[in-house]
Design a protein around this ligand. Sequence first.
Ligand SMILES: [Zn+2]
Ligand SMILES: [Zn+2]
Length: 343
Amino acid sequence: MKALVLEEYGKVVIKDVPKPQVSGNRVLIKIEACSICGSDVHGFDGSSGRRQPPLIMGHEAAGVIEEIGRQATGFVPGDRVTFDSSEYCGKCSFCAKGKSNLCTTGKVFGVSCDTYHKDGAMAQYITVPDYSVYKIPDEVSFVEAAMAEPLSVALHAINLTDIKLGDTAIIFGAGTIGSMLLKLMKISNCASVIMVDIDDLKLDLAKKTGADICINSAKEDVVERVMQITNFQGADVAFEAVGITQTVTAGIESLKKCGILTLLGNVSRMIDFPLQKTVVKELSIVASCAVTTEYERSLKLIGMGKIDVKDIVSQIVPIERGQEMFDRLHDGEKGLIKVVLTL
Ligand SMILES: [Zn+2]
Ligand SMILES: [Zn+2]
């Protein structure tokens, strides 16, 4: 089968690799669309250390079931589906508590790190266990269904954060996850949502999506502006979808006392942290990782038209253009948010 393989850092090539065999409770999915995640881009250049070549990347995908294992239930060939970005055991203490994202033996598709190697979905076929597969509503396209993963990531973070009706929220990072957070917050009764980024094109899109205030942190002092907007009180909650010292610090400084900072971004392995300001304001720090049970809700929200995921998809291109798209994302092309590869 055809696959886009990270052959060395900075280089992805189309290769002919063996088609995976279905067995047990697994289903074989013919991939139709797979999007490039920010984490793929940070893995592509070797900076995260989580895409050690050779590797088939990709964990945000959708397709059609082609074959089912003997013990697989709930699906038939021809079903249109998406699936959990990671494979989990379903039995360990974390899985038992519904925390499959923290499974003791969990592996993310398209990740190769010091502890495991798991090929991903930038390929014609993949097999996944039946319990992590979700049917796609008829009205949802494969491209939209591939967006269920990042939407679920944002939904997971919001579900972990004690947002109250009428809160003022800040989002740092207007990329895919930041955009999804914004869309969800607009339907979850935040009084105002402030979007922060350094890319004016992304901020323009955020404005169109419903951000009440957009701040370009390369041009303006975020904390000063937030304080003005909030009558020098600070915001109630902040979501950090970048993962660098500057944005975490700005988040902490922009919050009111007892505010909540939810961390999703993790581009940096280590950052400087404003400890004193966090302690003296009694801030709550929440960390949110990946997805647990949010897929069905995300697919429902997309299917019902409550969340439009199409506007963040900047490009839909055949997988043969993988190298070009990885390069453009890696170069930080302005306005380029989500790229979906088709097979
Ligand atoms: Zn992702
Ligand atoms: Zn587990």
